[in-house]
Design a protein around this ligand. Structure first.
Ligand code: IYR
Length: 222
């Protein structure tokens, strides 16, 4: 068993209370501008921005620091098209009898349906995979811990980083998503977690008129 090695915490920055309040408020206001976008321009996004945002996601905390995620960045038109065809097949089943009425009622305010043109129009899809266990080159399996939590946090950071950089995104979850393993040639130890659609909003893009819950209904201070 390796013995832990420690280094000084040199990266931490402390701010005054006033500065903290200012930073927290500015960050909150900037994030409040983020909207899930379903209408995209086909304008390509800079690869280096995507790389930096994925690096940001890779800073997420994770169970035993195993970093059980893999991000596949898809910009190739043919691959996007194959993903659209497969996703729409799942979505058709979902919207036409597969999903319980209660679920469809809950989605009514978003105006979503089985048509997913953004999977082809948007310049970039980031397929996020969760590594249920690590497969070592010698075939040995190493268990990962809190995989859903870890990949969820990394995905949240990625969504935030993309917004901060000036790109729009959509968290898309066709269900089931195992077609992503086939199309993107990912190994069986990786489970598709989420398909993130990334790009610039289409000119005149519209979003549903929905709100976020106020602090008092999402938090209690005891
Ligand atoms: N995956 C479907 C349905 C869907 C489900 C939820 I929960 C949403 O918040 C939005 C959509 C789709 O993408 O249309």
């Amino acid at each position: 068993m390796p013995t832990p090695r420690f280094v000084p915490l040199s990266s931490y920055a402390e701010y005054s209370v006033v500065e903290m309040e200012r930073r927290a408020a500015r960050f909150r206001a900037d994030l409040a501008r983020r909207r899930t976008v379903r209408e995209y321009s086909s304008r390509p996004v800079p690869r280096r921005v995507l790389e930096e945002c994925i690096r940001a996601a890779g800073t997420a905390p994770s169970g035993a620091n195993h970093q059980p995620w893999h991000f596949v960045v898809v910009t190739d038109a043919e691959t996007k098209s194959r993903i659209r065809v497969a996703a729409e097949e799942e979505e058709r089943a979902f919207y036409n009898g597969g999903a319980p009425k209660e679920w469809l009622d809950a989605l009514a305010a978003l105006g979503t349906d089985e048509h997913k043109p953004f999977l082809e129009t948007a310049p970039c899809l980031i397929a996020i995979f969760a590594e249920r266990f690590e497969l070592r080159p010698d075939g040995a399996k190493v268990k990962n811990y809190y995989v859903q939590e870890s990949v969820g946090i990394a995905t949240g950071i990625l969504v935030t980083a993309l917004h901060h950089a000036g790109l729009a995104s959509l968290t898309h979850t066709p269900s089931p998503m195992s077609f992503l393993n086939q199309i993107l040639d990912r190994p069986a130890n990786e489970r598709p977690f989420l398909l993130l659609v990334v790009g610039y909003p289409a000119r005149g893009a519209q979003v549903p008129e929905i709100g976020k819950k106020p602090l008092k209904s999402i938090a209690s201070f005891v």
